[in-house]
Design a protein around this ligand. Sequence first.
Ligand SMILES: CC(C)(COP(=O)(O)OP(=O)(O)OC[C@H]1O[C@@H](n2cnc3c(N)ncnc32)[C@H](O)[C@@H]1OP(=O)(O)O)[C@@H](O)C(=O)NCCC(=O)NCCS
Length: 147
Amino acid sequence: MSRAAITIRRMEPGDLPEVERIQTSSPEASQWKPEDYLHYESIVAELAGRIAGFAVARRLPPDEIEILNVATGPSSRRQGVGKALLRELLNLHEGVLFLEVRESNSAARALYEAAGFREAGRRKNYYAKAGIPAGLREDAVVMKLQK
Ligand SMILES: CC(C)(COP(=O)(O)OP(=O)(O)OC[C@H]1O[C@@H](n2cnc3c(N)ncnc32)[C@H](O)[C@@H]1OP(=O)(O)O)[C@@H](O)C(=O)NCCC(=O)NCCS
């Protein structure tokens, strides 16, 4: 079966309630105040006329881009939304792109690896780990792509 068409566009103020809903239902994603996304390079993906996912990046002059967040709503996953968001960020930017991801987040790591990102380092015990007693933490994997 062919996949439904995905449209990517800039995030607008009216998108924030839906962005917040997706973020809240994606605990592995960074949990920002949605309004703050409007200060960065933020995009949304529409699938069948509804916002299905979003991604946020910031430019660090002269030539670095940090991907701050990517999330697809749980009911829209594995339909190419994350890939389309990432492809758009890669189209928009030249230089070095990097991001941090939880070691345990195998879905996101697979998405980034499929897009060409490679592990560039680790931040030890960087994230609190959900469901694990206080004090136990997990590593952040730093991933990088040179365009
Ligand atoms: C990670 C996430 C954004 C992927 O979004 P998605 O829209 O489902 O991704 P896509 O459908 O575009 O998948 C693209 C590729 O990524 C990989 N991938 C995505 N989800 C995967 C999973 N659960 N397991 C293994 N590989 C996965 C696959 O290679 C996939 O290609 P395929 O479907 O042709 O096999 C989504 O699972 C999500 O929102 N997770 C919670 C938030 C999060 O972890 N954000 C990242 C913070 S760093």
